[in-house]
Design a binder for this molecule. Structure first.
Ligand SMILES: Cc1cc2nc3c(=O)[nH]c(=O)nc-3n(C[C@H](O)[C@H](O)[C@H](O)COP(=O)(O)O)c2cc1C
Length: 278
């Protein structure tokens, strides 16, 4: 049902974009000299945002001479935007070797009763799929391509919030790094590693530290993304940094408050554009 709703939403959005572009036919033909785009033209997130803004009649920088007519029909429309996004993902995922590793509570709990759904009023932490960090991971993948890797512990956490918190507190107090259930074939396939997690007890879930200890991150670029309650990123960045080798580069992290998760795509898109990865 959700898939159907997502699909309907996406069709609706594409249709609205198309209609808005169609209605403003003056805007479709950009006064710039059209230069035909080729498969080798390299597009950035900035280009995607420019074309999107142009089609929605929002303010854009000077786009004169831009290769935004990807299907060579002498106008800029939503079809060019789709082609641009496809080309961007293809190009960014083929050369840069991006991994998006994330831990989310919903993929790390056991349910005594399969119908059980726990939404804790105090923490707003739920075991409903997809978890918040997974939502962020999926947004990142849709923007930069790359491989998703869910970090999952061997010994799953209790689904009730109190039980989970009790174990988390014990793990933190005793510095326990839990064994992981899944493993990467080859970390050397990746140069850029987005690392996602929720704030747990002012730090990361201990499984993040298990993950960092398992692989050699020398020479790699690590980019943390966090979802949290009122605690923000807390100690997560310093705790991650402590486990990374000196020649590993960490780029600016992002933190998204849990209540903003359903509406965080644009913020993630802006953050990735600022990283200037490609
Ligand atoms: C065991 C546990 C501990 C948490 N501790 C904190 C905390 O110290 N600070 C905070 O801001 N949020 C805390 N949270 C809230 C989560 O960071 C937040 O709900 C997050 O969006 C959940 O992401 P997820 O769905 O990917 O697991 C905690 C949640 C759980 C389950």
């Amino acid at each position: 049902m959700k898939k159907l709703a997502d699909c309907a939403l996406s069709v609706f959005m594409s249709a609205s974009l198309f209609i808005s572009a169609f209605n403003s036919s003056e805007l479709i033909r950009h006064p710039a000299d059209f230069a035909q785009a080729t498969e080798t033209t390299k597009y950035t997130i900035e280009d995607i945002r420019n074309l999107q803004d142009f089609l929605l009649a929002r303010e854009t920088p000077d786009l004169t001479g831009k290769d935004y007519d990807l299907n060579d029909d002498d106008r800029w429309d939503v079809f060019d935007l789709c082609l641009m996004k496809r080309q961007f993902i293809k190009q960014s995922s083929s050369g840069s070797n991006v991994l998006i590793a994330y831990f989310t509570r919903a993929e790390n709990v056991y349910l005594d009763n399969p119908d059980e759904i726990d939404i804790d009023a105090t923490s707003s932490a739920s075991v409903l799929l997809p978890g918040n960090a997974a939502i962020m991971a999926n947004h990142i993948q849709s923007l930069v391509g790359g491989d998703l890797f869910p970090i999952v512990v061997e010994n799953l956490y209790p689904s009730d919030y109190e039980g989970c918190l009790e174990r988390v507190s014990k793990e933190q107090a005793e510095n326990i790094h839990p064994s992981l259930a899944n493993h990467l074939d080859n970390i050397d396939d990746y140069d850029i590693i987005f690392l996602g997690y929720p704030n747990w007890g002012y730090s990361c879930p201990m499984a993040i530290f298990s993950f960092l200890e398992e692989y050699d991150f020398s020479g790699k670029t690590v980019i943390p993304f966090c979802t949290h309650g009122t605690g923000g990123l807390a100690d997560t960045i310093s705790d991650i940094t402590a486990l990374l080798p000196e020649d590993c580069t960490m780029l600016k992290p992002i933190g998204i408050y849990r209540s903003d998760i359903s509406d965080c795509y644009d913020e993630i898109e802006e953050w990735i554009a600022e990283l200037e990865l490609f």
